[in-house]
Design a binder for this molecule. Structure first.
Ligand code: AMP
Ligand code: MN
Ligand code: MN
Length: 323
């Protein structure tokens, strides 16, 4: 158990027990950690409370379509008497998309997250940047609630933790990560099926987009920086979606000389989404923070409201300055 978090977790459990109308949401452009976490916590609270609503803030990538109970993630209209809003895996309110409206209407906001850039925007903040995934904190939360973790919840938590740790490889992985994963395996999850669905089910379209994106890879600073793009034209040419960029950036970081990998995704001619990864020493969350984004030291992101060529110049300058 993450000891410093216990008083906050207990406080949150108490107000959950006293409440009836609870909403849960996570960040836009959802990943395995955010979806796995909202499903697991949603299922857990549903065991003791009827009124738990999990808000769909964005489309769910096909990668996670195998997760159990996905149908409990639904669109809702904002209402007035919300007892509690629980934000999972989101470093700030703006990243919640429509979820922000629910947070603003709620009597109490519980902010449960692991981003180093989290602004403690909740009434109760359960934030631990040493946790590899929000799913790890949710696991501890459910244990503390004394709710039995079933196979479906375990599948969601394993997905959350596996995806945010790059299958237990990234440097955020700790002995606790492995202990929690071991407990989840003990609950009888089908890890081979989960791994196949998460890592061995790429569509041909995704592979083609990967190839065309790598064809545009450019190196700077003696190969320490690798930067590439995915434009709307590239998506169209390959019949791919934005979620199909998954895998490009980690491949670039895996190159021997690379310290910082950067992927620019063209949303439209006024908006560019940026993903960044580092290997050993550059703090990419600090770079993204300068553009109102955030994340972790070795994985971060931001949005630059400009066209992709300009965004590239702006971010490249900041990356070079960080060496
Ligand atoms: P991504 O490159 O989108 O996979 O994001 C890498 C990490 O940075 C994840 O932990 C994200 O939650 C975080 N992140 C991405 N974009 C933003 C943003 N605009 N603001 C704050 N954190 C972000
Ligand atoms: Mn996330
Ligand atoms: Mn996360």
């Amino acid at each position: 158990m993450n000891r410093p978090l216990i008083p906050m977790i207990d406080k949150a459990i108490k107000i959950i027990e006293e409440s009836n109308n609870i909403y849960i949401a996570s960040h836009v452009q959802p990943d395995g950690d955010s979806i796995g976490s909202i499903l697991a916590l949603g299922m857990a609270i549903k065991k003791v409370k009827k009124e738990v609503n999990i808000i769909k803030v964005d489309d769910i990538p096909v990668d996670y379509s195998f997760l159990p109970k996905l149908e409990i993630i639904r669109e809702y209209d904002v209402e007035n008497n919300i007892d509690i809003f629980i934000s999972l895996d989101s470093s700030d309110l703006d990243r919640l998309g429509i979820g922000k409206q629910f947070a603003l209407k709620a009597n109490k906001v519980i902010n449960l997250d692991h981003h180093i850039t989290n602004g403690n925007f909740g009434d109760i903040n359960i934030v631990s940047s040493s946790s590899a995934a929000t799913g790890e904190i949710v696991y501890e939360f459910i244990k503390r609630m004394e709710i039995k973790i079933d196979r479906d919840m375990a599948t969601c938590l394993y997905t959350a933790i596996s995806t945010d740790t790059g299958s237990f490889m990234y440097c955020n992985t700790t002995y606790k990560t492995h202990l929690i994963a071991a407990e989840l395996l003990k609950l009888g999850i089908d890890k081979d099926y989960i791994n196949r669905r998460l890592y061995q089910s790429k569509s041909i379209e995704r592979v083609n987009l990967f190839i065309s994106s790598l064809n545009k890879l450019e190196y700077f600073l003696d190969g320490k920086i690798g930067i590439t793009v995915v434009t709307q034209d590239m998506l169209k040419d390959n019949n791919a979606k934005l979620e199909d960029t998954e895998g490009v950036i980690s491949f670039i970081r895996d190159i021997d000389s690379i310290e910082v990998a950067c992927l620019l995704k063209e949303i439209n001619d006024k908006e560019t989404k940026i993903s960044m990864r580092s290997k050993k020493y550059v703090d990419v969350s600090a770079i993204c923070d300068r553009f109102n984004g955030g994340g972790h030291k070795r994985a971060a992101g931001c949005t630059i409201y400009n066209k992709i060529d300009i965004a590239k110049e702006l971010i490249l300058k900041e990356i070079k300055n960080s060496f």
